[in-house]
Ligand binder design. Structure first.
Ligand SMILES: NC(=O)c1ccc[n+]([C@@H]2O[C@H](COP(=O)([O-])OP(=O)(O)OC[C@H]3O[C@@H](n4cnc5c(N)ncnc54)[C@H](O)[C@@H]3O)[C@@H](O)[C@H]2O)c1
Length: 331
């Protein structure tokens, strides 16, 4: 199968490219390199032994995307290309709606015109907002608290409208919880071009001495140690979830939504201690005010993905920290 990965040189895209290439899929990468580097294409080849075709370009460029779909006879698209910083989305909603929403509209228009009807979309657990019950299943009400989350929810709603209007579509929305870690080789990992937002890249900067301390936002949440609890999922488990979603999309039509997480909640402090053990470095922390919009605990009910995708995350918090540290040391 020929699979186009938009945002394919990014963090989750590159790990999924490795997973798919090693399972015999023909992978084509499209990325404008806004938050990644072309070197990743070499690293994917070094790990998988397969050189993926790479196109530098913007997912909003319908003419370009149509050309790729035609030239490579694409069977399905996994749509990672997007912006993902909650705080940036508050200060610059225009960019977030343009890239995340307009980008998907243009992609779907190109797919429709070229008659490619299988799509896997990178959504986010952010669409749930503050959980009213735990674990969070796919029926939990959606109430995103920021423009980033709303841009993802608007895309999901748009995809439902598209599939309702035409029966040929097969669309899977994957709501990721908190992707973390790196490929076991240490050759690819999370490498934002600007200041990182996710917890593990910040911890890794402290462990490697690039940053003095980790600010922990809130020590008075209603959790075992007072710090926020999240469902961290190893990025290679997440990559495997995309392959399972592709197989599902080959057999099912309409739109189906899945949580991808582990179902386990770990606190920020548990993550810090685990990283200290994996790296042998001490990670100084400083408690700071809670950030608005942060919730105390959020973790997934993963039974739908288990039942329908036959997929389950298997890697541990230790695996996430050890692989992240291996990647950090190799930089
Ligand atoms: N990492 C997370 O914590 C997380 C959680 C939930 C959902 N997601 C979603 O998963 C997807 C992938 O996330 P990631 O962590 O790999 O992020 P990333 O920034 O590492 O990857 C996204 C890639 O898309 C590219 N890109 C951005 N705008 C583009 C455009 N207009 N045209 C073409 N390429 C473009 C970037 O250069 C980057 O390589 C995103 O849509 C993100 O919103 C991520």
């Amino acid at each position: 199968m020929n699979i186009l990965l938009t945002g394919g040189t990014g963090y989750i895209g590159s790990h999924t490219a490795v997973e798919l290439a090693m399972r015999g899929y023909n992978v084509i990468l499209l990325d404008n390199l806004e938050n990644s580097s072309e070197k990743v294409v070499d690293q994917i080849a070094a790990i998988s032994g397969v050189r993926c075709a790479f196109v530098k370009g913007d997912v909003r460029d319908r003419f370009l995307v149509k050309g790729i779909l035609r030239e490579h006879q694409i069977d399905a698209v996994i749509h990672f290309a997007g912006l993902k910083s909650v705080s940036d989305s508050v200060s610059d909603p225009l960019s977030y709606y343009s890239t995340n929403f307009v980008g998907t509209v243009e992609l779907v228009a190109a797919m429709s015109e070229e008659k490619v009807f299988r799509l896997i979309f990178s959504s986010s657990a952010t669409v749930y907002g503050t959980p009213s019950r735990l674990p969070v299943d796919e029926h939990h009400p959606t109430n995103p608290l920021n423009p980033y989350g709303r841009s993802k929810l608007h895309v999901e709603e748009f995809l439902h409208d598209v599939a309702n209007a035409s029966s040929g579509w097969s669309i899977v929305c994957l709501r990721y919880f908190n992707p973390a870690g790196a490929h076991e080789s240490g050759l690819i990992g999370e490498k934002p071009t600007s200041r990182p937002n996710n917890l593990l890249p910040v911890i890794s900067e402290v462990a490697s001495g690039q940053r003095k301390k980790l600010d922990v936002y809130g020590d008075d949440y209603d959790t075992a140690d007072g710090t926020g609890v999240r469902d961290f999922i190893h990025v290679m488990d997440l990559a495997g979830g995309h392959e399972a979603a592709l197989r599902f999309a080959n057999k099912n039509s309409g739109v189906t939504t899945f949580n991808l997480g582990t179902g386990l909640g770990y606190s920020v402090l548990e993550m810090v201690r685990s990283y200290e053990r994996a790296s042998g470095q001490s990670i100084p922390i400083e408690f700071a005010q809670r950030r608005s919009g942060d919730v105390a605990s959020c973790y997934a009910d993963t039974s739908k993905a288990g039942n329908l995708l036959n997929w389950k995350a298997t890697r541990t918090l230790e695996d996430m920290c050890a692989s992240s540290w291996r990647y950090t040391k190799a930089q």
